[in-house]
Design a protein around this ligand. Structure first.
Ligand SMILES: [Zn+2]
Ligand SMILES: [Zn+2]
Length: 769
């Protein structure tokens, strides 16, 4: 019996051993290249029961992708055994052997709370079902000597657990106890130790309750922690971190505590409690005990449950929900080493709660939300990385895809799977670029590979592009440029194992188009090897280019100017009443003269423009802020929509929203409430996307539909697109691969593979990526 999936490093073999005993099965279990292989001998009924229980009771972190059962010759096996892995050194085995980090399991939590247990209140408790994995691995195979736990020789008790097949800690590589394992220390900002072990924990809890700001070393890096109910503490944190408005994640002890802060569906609860433990975006309850500064200007709040024993203990000590946000200054990578944290965070934190288990690989918290009843991962990092993604077609040679510019992740394609690396961040400074390069090097080492093909975005100025070209030159291998939105659609296809072609809606803020303009409102007829641009959004000039992203009133002005033939009723709109007329006039001249006003097709820019108009918000502190506020404001019950046009007299067709802009302004002038107008705008965009798909399907056939790009993190847009296309189309939204630029590297990898193996003579019509 061969079980494939996430079955190594998750307590699978001891589990199989126990179930075999209970079912009177003899034979053996081992890890191998494909997962776990079991040779089982017993009575037919017992074998059936064995198989059923393996599936039904599997360890919480195990995932079965395939279970293959085949008869084997009978054998007089005396008992059931866990046998050593076969073929060590075979790189195929090593590839699957480093699991993602796992949230603390219920058994370990019970021990943590049990005064009679030797691990009572011990913050580094773990077992084969839980604990750090990827973040402590230094190399392969995933074995204690090649983790940062190598520094802690096992005490006799822990060694016995580690070596006993029936024990929950059998081959739990980070196994530790208070006698032999890591310990906490509380440090002053200068690095002077103030307390250690349990005293450090208690003092840290008191400091948090007193409104202090702490750096807390977690699994994949440091968090900045403070009392989430204290307006003062939150304001201090923001001021010191220079993070003025981006939402801060809040950690709560359990689902009940989460429920007290946000409206949760069953799917939200399941996602919050999953072993991956992402930050989950949910609608905040009002009035809220949380400080208003946690997530200004959005009705959502990012909640997460504790995933390490330290978090459980700290929350209990502090006795309140805690802000737990990545410890970095603005856009730098998350701090993950003690000395580095003291140096970089000295100006932010009052105290440092550190420990002596080193973090080898930084890994930010993942972020997810429920869209259309299912989890959608927006930032895929801790808990998901380095889980393999099955490849739609075998990679004929190792591919390294370097991702995009913002929210960068990279991807390595090898054999029949692809691995996305951890969230790197925006590749805009030296620290992030170094973090990118070292993360690439490390994953190459873990996979024991080196690329034979590079994939990159078409944008010539992206640092990821420069890296790809440099690396390709160094290694003397080809590099394939992949169009941004083609990569988005291909990522969606790969996630769902689609062969293509598909109708791919790729809606986002921006991506480099081969014509030099910025794309982002695209409908592509796409396969892996190529695509055809069927339709796009009528472009808007972005006055001041990137400045327009931070000042969406400029985009709104461009949309109004276009819709009202240069004579929009600006004076009547609250948005423009608050702006200096001279500045408005200047920007208007830029737009009309085409001065520093590149054309952009991005749907994200339309959400910015509508958000600015409807909510009267001229400026965004970060990209997408106003668009997200517009989604948050939309009345869930409102189903009205504005008119739009599809100009199909050209190629690609153009989605023209000028009629919608005129109707929206009419609504605003008539005093329609913002929630209704925000909802109507969403309904319009969803209806327009669906209309494009239906029209394309009439000409090209009823193909599967893939919706990708950052706009499809917008739950209202995604859900209403489904509503508009059901039941006539199969529509694929993203799940565990981010629809935004964090998922793009996967698409680049599969496109590069397809392009590089395709015979140019055989390529179907349409553009090569
Ligand atoms: Zn455990
Ligand atoms: Zn021990």
């Amino acid at each position: 019996m061969a079980i494939r999936g996430t079955v190594q490093g998750v307590g699978m073999r001891p589990f199989v051993f126990r179930v075999a005993g209970a079912c009177r099965i003899r034979g053996r279990v081992r890890n191998d290249a494909r997962g776990v292989t079991i040779e089982a001998f017993g009575a037919p009924a017992d074998l059936d029961a064995f198989l059923a229980r393996l599936e039904a009771d599997k360890p919480p972190a195990a995932r079965f992708d395939a279970v293959e059962v085949a008869p084997i010759p009978a054998e007089p096996a005396p008992d059931f055994r866990i046998v050593e892995s076969e073929g060590t050194g075979a790189s195929a085995e090593l590839r699957v052997s480093i699991p993602a980090d796992l949230a603390t399991c219920p058994d370990c939590l019970r021990e943590l709370a049990d005064p009679a247990n030797k691990r009572h209140r011990y913050p580094f408790t773990n077992c084969t079902n839980c604990g750090p994995r990827f973040t402590i691995a230094r190399g392969v195979p995933y074995d204690r000597p090649l983790t940062t736990m190598a520094a802690f020789p096992l005490c006799p008790d822990c060694r016995r657990e580690y070596e006993t097949p029936t024990d929950r800690r059998f081959h739990a590589e980070p196994n530790a106890c208070p006698v032999c394992g890591p310990h906490l220390t509380l440090l002053a900002p200068g690095g002077a130790p103030l307390a250690d072990r349990d005293a450090a924990l208690r003092q840290a809890g008191r400091a948090l309750a007193d409104g202090k700001i702490l750096a807390v070393k977690g699994l994949g890096g440091f968090h900045l922690a403070c009392d989430a109910t204290s307006a003062e503490a939150v304001a201090t944190l923001r001021a010191r971190k220079h993070r003025e408005e981006k939402p801060l994640a809040v950690m709560v002890p359990d689902l009940d505590a989460a429920e007290a802060l946000a409206h949760l569906t069953d799917a939200d609860r399941e996602l919050l409690a999953s072993v991956e433990r992402p930050i989950v975006l949910a609608r905040r309850r009002e009035p809220s005990p949380l400080a208003a500064g946690i997530a200004p200007a959005t009705p959502l709040v990012g909640l997460l449950l504790p995933y390490a024993p330290l978090h459980h203990l700290l929350l209990a000590e502090a006795g309140r929900p805690l802000v737990m946000t990545s410890a970095n200054l603005s856009e730098e990578p998350i701090a993950y080493r003690n000395a580095e944290a003291l140096e970089r965070l000295g100006g932010i934190c009052d105290l440092f709660l550190v420990h002596d288990r080193e973090i080898e690989t930084r890994c930010d918290d993942s972020v997810a939300r429920v869209v259309a009843g299912r989890p959608l991962v927006m930032r895929r990092s801790r808990g998901y990385v380095p889980r393999a993604v099955p490849a739609p077609a075998r990679f004929e040679r190792p591919v390294l895809a370097c991702g995009a510019h913002l929210k960068n992740t990279f991807c390595i394609g090898l054999g029949d799977a692809a691995w996305l690396g951890p969230h790197i961040g925006d590749l805009e400074n030296l620290e992030t670029t170094e973090s990118f390069e070292s993360a690439v090097a490390r994953l190459e080492r873990f996979l024991e590979t080196r690329p034979a093909l590079l994939a990159h975005d078409l944008h010539p100025q992206y640092l990821s592009t420069a890296y790809a070209l440099r690396r390709a030159a160094e290694l003397g291998i080809p590099a394939v440029g992949v169009q941004h939105h083609h990569a988005h659609v291909a990522a969606g296809m790969a996630e769902h194992g689609l062969e293509g072609p598909v109708l791919g809606l790729a809606w986002d803020g921006t991506g480099f188009g081969p014509d030099g303009s910025s794309w982002g409102g695209e409908l592509l007829l796409a396969g892996y090897a190529g695509y055809e641009r069927l339709a796009t959004l009528r472009p808007l000039p972005l006055a001041g280019a990137d400045t327009a992203v931070r000042q969406p009133w400029r985009v709104a002005l461009a949309a109004l100017d276009d819709a009202f033939d240069g004579a929009p009723p600006l004076e009547a709109l609250p948005l423009f009443r608050g702006l200096p007329p001279a500045e408005v006039e200047l920007v208007r001249r830029m737009i009309r003269g085409g001065f520093n006003s590149p054309l952009a097709h991005g749907a994200g820019r339309w959400f910015d423009a509508a958000g600015a108009l409807v909510l009267g918000r001229a400026r965004a502190r970060h990209e997408g802020q106003v668009a997200m506020a517009l989604e948050g404001a939309a009345d869930p019950a409102e189903r009205g929509a504005y008119p739009f046009r599809i100009d199909d007299g050209r190629a690609p067709w153009e989605l023209d929203l000028r009629p919608a802009v005129r109707a929206l302004v009419e609504d605003l002038l008539a005093g329609a409430p913002a929630p209704a107008v925000a909802a109507r705008f969403h309904e319009t965009l969803a209806a327009a996307a669906a209309a494009l798909v239906r029209r394309a399907a009439r000409e090209r056939g009823g193909l599967p539909v893939v919706a990708s790009g950052g706009c499809f993190q917008n739950a209202r847009l995604a859900e209403r697109l489904l509503g508009n296309l059901a039941p006539d189309f199969r529509v694929y939204l993203h799940g565990h691969i981010p629809p935004g630029d964090g998922g793009i590297a996967l698409g680049q990898a599969v496109v590069a593979q397809a392009v590089s193996t395709q015979d140019p003579g055989q390529r179907p019509g349409g553009r090569r990526s």
